[in-house]
Design a protein around this ligand. Structure first.
Ligand code: PDD
Length: 284
């Protein structure tokens, strides 16, 4: 079924949506994006996503095409027009179209594109089974805190994982896990502590990560924000990843080593439940 998508002021059937070949997103990956999940037709943690969007734009000295409340109005209009109950709303802002030049154009108008994607988030079968991951070198640039559309390194890693029979890759730099290809990475140590890498330019500051850490704290679990090695992950009692599109996703095998009993562990399951309850309660 054809969707209605949003392109620079217009709601159009997806087949009719057009952007310029001179768009700097296309030529330079000069753009940023956000993915907000939708449950029961409502946006989850959207204020957090829009705050991060503002930060990404600021870091790249890119103008916002419109105010955040207008973006939210468009997100809601797309959810309504596409009758989306569960899935995600994708939004992308690029610096706009201008003749090809490495320097930023002086007068380009930023471009805003948005679309919806249906997705089973709550009853995702992977949440019951758990994912297998392989570790791969992190070959991305050094500003992973900015959510840019230059996703080729992540796409390559995810495809390499698939070619190796795994579901995803955890990326490793200087001997430590940074994050997953499109998610933040966590382990639960043998003594029950939740470990995830601290915020820096090395990882995306996940909106789900933040919410899950809050849930964990409220549940009285011990959190440690520090880097961990693949070896430590192999010995972990549990592991999981977080993202807006998969929420809390158990990881049951890393580089062929089975964690615990090879099924999603209790801490991961608890955090998934707590996060889902929080997401449902606060979605707007
Ligand atoms: N990815 N790290 C990376 C590299 C990501 O691409 C993402 C999200 C995350 C998790 O961030 P959040 O919890 O804010 O979704 C961490 C989105 C879902 C994507 O690219 O589709």
């Amino acid at each position: 079924m054809s969707r209605i998508v949003y392109v620079n002021g217009d709601y159009v059937p997806e087949e009719e949506a057009r952007v310029s070949v001179f768009d700097r997103g296309f030529l330079f990956a000069d753009g940023v994006y956000e993915v907000s999940s939708v449950l029961d037709g409502k946006l989850v943690d959207n204020a957090g996503h829009l705050a991060r969007l503002e930060r990404s734009l600021r870091e790249l000295k890119m103008a916002a095409p419109c105010a955040n409340d207008q973006i939210t109005a468009i997100q809601k209009e797309l959810i309504a027009r596409n009758d989306l109950s569960e899935g995600v709303v994708y939004l992308q802002i690029t610096r706009g179209a201008a003749d090809r030049d490495f320097n930023f154009p002086k007068d380009a108008t930023p471009s805003l594109v948005m679309f919806t994607q249906e997705k089973t988030i709550l009853n995702n079968p992977s949440a019951t089974k758990g994912l297998t991951v392989v570790t791969l070198p992190d070959i991305r640039w050094h500003r992973r805190d900015i959510k840019t559309v230059q996703l080729l390194a992540s796409s390559l890693a995810k495809q390499t994982a698939k070619d190796q029979g795994a579901d995803d890759a955890w990326l490793v730099e200087d001997g430590f896990v940074t994050e997953g290809t499109s998610n933040n990475a966590f382990i639960v140590t043998d003594d029950g502590k939740i470990v995830t890498r601290q915020l820096s330019n090395d990882i995306l500051h996940g909106i789900t990560r933040r919410a899950v850490l809050k849930c964990a704290e409220a549940a009285g679990l011990t959190l440690i924000e520090r880097p961990f090695t693949p070896d430590e992950a192999y010995e972990a009692r549990e592991a999981f990843s977080t993202s807006a599109s998969a929420f809390v996703m158990p990881v049951v095998k890393i580089d062929g080593r089975i964690l615990g009993n090879g099924v999603p562990g209790p801490v991961t399951q608890k955090l998934r439940e707590l996060y889902i309850a929080e997401a449902k309660a606060t979605a707007v």
